[in-house]
Write a protein that binds this ligand. Structure first.
Ligand code: ZN
Length: 302
């Protein structure tokens, strides 16, 4: 008997993580991108972030974008938040799922959030309390889980300690962020061996150094079935000019479907959105499946 396909859940982060690392595009285009992604079979889309506009000017129009999106009832939309103020904005905007971010690396946390990691961890209890009081699902994203551009490799034990605190605080899911693409299959294995948790796990890989799909393969072996990806590979890396950003959604979908996994995403529709995203940002996107087409697409011999 043939084995049944297993569901793998992909969250599209192009409109948030992708666009955050691209030159700013118009508000209308952001709305158009989210609407198009919402029609590809995607079940999860990270739509915006509620961060200080001075820190990330690309997300200054988050409220307007979200208020004008044509919300698909079959899609769960989420917002990224850095702190309690961001959470309150997400709640006021009507989000039912948020991802709160902190960095395992103290230097990165200070650079990004202007405070040490410990201060962010100490806020988790209050964040969970406010989120749950409003029926909001709250995920913790641990950025620089595998390495930090300022501090080098991240000790998996440090990440494990943060996960323990997050679980005690009542966080609903843990995401491991490879913020600057320093993860490798070995480091993914080391991390997943070190972290002992009953919480659902999600992996957020960047393809900065070409290891993202290999990292996903390792995570699948450890039973992880939730991944972030960005249409066309939209985005970049603030510490590596010219580097590619999040792993491209088409590349992940293309590989998983061939392996018998089910994502619910229509690859052809997704490729059309990649084309749209490429036009919006005005430069070539790195996704190999977008450039070459799926392996099933035949060419005529000339
Ligand atoms: Zn990212």
């Amino acid at each position: 008997m043939a084995s049944q396909p297993i569901d793998v859940h992909i969250r599209e982060v192009g409109p948030r993580d992708g666009l955050q690392n691209e030159p700013p595009i118009a508000t209308d285009q952001k709305i158009e991108l989210i609407n198009a992604l919402s029609r590809t079979g995607h079940q999860r889309v990270e739509a915006v972030s509620f961060v200080h506009p001075k820190a990330i000017p690309q997300m200054a129009d988050a409220d307007e974008v979200w208020s004008k999106v044509d919300r698909n009832p079959d899609v769960l939309y989420s917002a990224l938040i850095p702190n309690l103020r961001g959470l309150q904005r997400a709640i006021d905007a009507g989000f039912k799922e948020v991802n709160v971010v902190l960095s395992a690396s103290d230097t990165h946390n200070r650079a990004n959030l202007n405070r040490p990691t410990e201060d962010s961890v100490a806020e988790l209890d209050a964040l969970v309390e406010l989120a749950h009081a409003n029926d909001v699902f709250i995920e913790l994203v641990i950025a620089t889980s595998f390495g930090c551009p300022f501090e080098g490799d991240t000790d998996p034990k440090r990440v494990a300690g943060i996960v323990e605190r997050a679980e005690a605080a009542g966080i609903d899911r843990i995401a491991f962020g490879d913020t600057t693409g320093m993860g490798t299959p070995k480091r993914v294995k080391d991390l997943l061996e070190a972290v002992d948790t009953n919480l659902p796990r999600l992996m957020h890989f960047h393809n900065t150094r070409g290891t993202a799909l290999a990292n996903i393969m390792v995570a699948l072996d450890y039973g992880v079935d939730q991944f972030d990806a960005s249409v066309g590979g939209l985005g970049g890396c603030p510490y590596a000019p010219g580097a590619s950003g999040n792993v491209a959604t088409e590349e992940v979908v293309h590989m998983l479907h061939d392996m018998g996994y089910n994502t619910g995403i229509d690859l052809d529709k997704l490729l059309e959105v990649a084309e749209m995203a490429e036009e919006m940002v005005g430069h070539e996107l790195p996704s190999g499946v977008y450039k070459a087409g799926p392996r099933t697409r035949l060419v005529e011999r000339s």
